[in-house]
Design a protein around this ligand. Structure first.
Ligand code: BTN
Length: 264
């Protein structure tokens, strides 16, 4: 289990993780982070982490399986007033931070599938859910929620998601120290966040592109009730996916689920 003492050791200076708030269990670290953020004068960089979640949320209204003792569930609080136009690239910056940390720390070939799923050997191991408060007259808060399957075994997963879900341990058999991995992710988030603040979006997008497994592939994107198919041509400065349809028409999509049709 991640203990408060262990999570307290992570901070090494900087913005991201300057305070770590730990819970043994909570409904969702995103909800807890927003609750805490509303009580703070300056919540920028506060990390809320839980050993388990009772109501972990994924994108598109899905459930995020969050058993105790095995994975990472945490939320970084940020303030969009300092970010403005950079907000759309925050999930991409987080995905770069996570995929790089997995590569550096666990030696696994983590890839990013648009929008920001973390895959290993084609199976999902991590995801990012960014939520924003809408309080009138107050600076908005941004909650960057990250879930990463670290030491989870297959029998902890519901059967329907087993074929396309994995964990770091399921991929190479090695137990991973969650606290050290979290420390690495937070170090990387600090770096990518500073790149975003300094306005070098292109550097970040290029890093995202070097880690992604979507661009150049034939894809189908399911976006609420709409399904589009074409070639994934790139991402724009807002992190939206650019798709070239068979008619030659270029469209962009900002959210959805991608199925990659030609995997090679
Ligand atoms: C996805 O669907 O890919 C995003 C999953 C995000 C899960 C994390 S776990 C920590 C934080 N709290 C939540 O309830 N969700 C996010």
């Amino acid at each position: 289990m991640i203990t408060k003492e262990e999570s307290d050791k992570i901070f090494r200076g900087g913005i991201i993780g300057r305070e770590i708030v730990f819970f043994k269990t909570t409904a969702s670290t995103n909800d807890k982070a927003i609750e805490i953020g509303r009580q703070r004068e300056n919540p920028e960089g506060v990390i809320v982490i839980a050993d388990s979640q009772t109501h972990g949320r994924g994108r598109l209204g899905r459930r995020w399986i969050s058993p105790p003792g095995v994975n990472l569930y945490f939320t970084a609080l940020l303030r969009p007033s300092a970010l403005q136009k950079k907000v759309p690239l925050l999930p991409a910056a987080s995905a770069v931070s996570i995929a790089s940390a997995i590569r550096e720390y666990a030696g696994l070939n983590a890839m990013i599938k648009w929008p920001n799923d973390i895959l290993i050997n084609g199976k999902k191991t991590g995801g990012i859910l960014v939520e924003m408060t809408q309080d009138k007259g107050r600076t908005r808060l941004l909650a960057v929620g990250i879930g990463l399957n670290v030491n989870m075994s297959q029998d902890m997963l519901p059967e329907n998601i087993r074929p396309h879900t994995t964990s770091l341990k399921m991929e190479n058999g090695n137990h991973v120290d969650r606290v050290k991995l979290l420390g690495k992710i937070l170090d990387n988030m600090e770096k990518t966040y500073k790149i975003l603040l300094n306005g070098n979006k292109r550097a970040l997008i290029n890093k995202w592109l070097s880690l992604n497994c979507t661009i150049g592939k034939v894809v189908t994107v399911q976006n609420y009730n709409r399904v589009v198919s074409g070639i994934a041509d790139g991402i724009n400065d807002c992190g939206e996916l650019i798709i070239r349809l068979s008619s030659g028409k270029i469209i962009t999509v900002s959210a959805g689920d991608v199925t990659i049709l030609n995997k090679n």
